[in-house]
Write a protein that binds this ligand. Sequence first.
Ligand SMILES: *Cc1c(COP(=O)(O)O)cnc(C)c1O
Length: 444
Amino acid sequence: MTAIPQERRVVTAIPGPKSLELQNRRTATVAAGVGSVMPVFAARASGGVVEDVDGNSFIDFGSGIAVTSVGSSAEAVVRRATAQLADFTHTCFMVTPYEGYVEVCEQLAELTPGDHPKKSALFNSGAEAVENAVKIARSYTKRQAVVVFDHGYHGRTNLTMALTSKNMPYKNGFGPFAPEIYRVPVAYGYRWPTGPQNAGAEASAQAIDEISKQVGAENVAAIVIEPLLGEGGFIEPAKGFLPAIAKFAKDNGIVFVADEIQSGFCRTGQWFACEDEGVVPDLITTAKGIAGGLPLAAVTGRAEIMDAPHSGGLGGTYGGNPVACAAALGAIETMRELDLVSKARRIEEIMKPRLKEMAEKFHVIGDVRGRGAMLALELVKDRDTKEPNPEATAALAKACHMEGLLVLTTGTYSNVLRFLPPLVIGEDLLTEGLDILEQALAGL
Ligand SMILES: *Cc1c(COP(=O)(O)O)cnc(C)c1O
C-alpha cells in the first residue's frame, strides 16, 4: 500500500496531457459502449482521494460506485489478498474447495439481517448475484414470475436488463428481454402525486393490487427490490412501503429479495439498509462494497430456500475466487475495526445539514435525500412543476470535476447528483468537497 497525501491538488488542466494521450489510445481500442464519468486516468487511490496520471488529486465522492467503502487498497485487504495470491490464485471452488469461501459465507450469515439459519453462494458481479437469486427463488417456489419496481436497477445481463427500469443507456437496442418480469410502482416520496406522507401506504397498495390482479400472487416466485434505490436516483421508498411489500410476499409464499448491492456493507449507516425498517429479507444480494474493490458478489438467505437448487445447479468457474474472498475478509475486518457503520452516520451528520443549507440558497435543488454515506441532490428546473434538470446536473458534475472533486450523477431522469464517499474519508476532505460543490452551484 502506498501512502498518498490526503489532499486535493489540481496541477494541470483537467484532463491533463498524459490523460489526453491515454484517451487517444483508448478511443482507438476500447469499445465506445464502455463509458467513463471522469476524463482522467487513475494512477493511485487510497483513503479519500484518487490521483491521476498527471499528478492531480481528486477528493473522492464516488468510491468507484460504492465499492471502495474501506478505501482503495485498504491495508487489511492488501495484506490478506497478497498472502492468498502467494498461496494459490485459483482452484475453482467446484473442483477443490478452500476455507476463504466458507469463511465469507460464515461472515455473511452473521452480518445479514435475521437470526434464522442462512446459507450463501458466491459469484463475480452484482448482476450475476441477482440472476442467481431469481434462479434460487424459482427453484424453491416452482413459480416463474418476478416482480420489480419503477426506477429499479439490477444489472446489465439479459435477465437483469429485463429487471432494470431505465431504457437509456441500459437497455436501448439490446432486446429481446427475458419474459415473466412485471414492474410495479415504488413509493418515490418526492414525486408521489399526493405527497411523501401518503406515498408509503398508497404505493404499496397500488403495487399489491397490480401484482394480485395482473400477475396473480400464486404465480410470483420473487419480489426483487433495492431498499434504497441506487441508479434510479437514490430513492428511499417512503416509510411503510418496504414492510408492506415484505408482508405481502410472506403472506403469499413469495421470496422477498433485497438487492443491497449498492446500499449494503455499512454504506447507509447500517450493515444493510433494510434494517432501518426492521425488514428481514428471505434472500439478500450483495457485491460492490463487499471486497474492497475485488470482484465478488453473494446471494445469502434462508437455508431452506438457498438449498432448493440441485447440486451443480449453482456456481461458475470464478465464483468466490480465493483472492476476492481474502479481500472480502480484509474489508469486513476493516469495517468492524473502524466501526464504519458509525462512520457512515457521521458522514451524514456532516453532509446533510450542508446540503440542506445549499437547498435553501439554490432553487435548482428540488430534494435532498439519502442515508449515511449514500446521499443525493435531485435537481429541477422549477420547484413547483418538479421538471427534471439533467442539464444542470451534468454541468454541476463537470464543474466539480474541474475543481478536483469526483462526483457521480444518477437517476431515471439523469437529474440526481449522488455522493458515495469512501467511509474512511477525512472530515476535512468532506468539508472541502462540500465547499467546492457549493461554489459550483453558485456558478451555475
Ligand atoms: C451495481 C448494481 C448491480 C449490478 O452489479 P454489477 O456488479 O455491476 O453487475 C445490481 N444491483 C444494484 C442495486 C446495483 O447497484
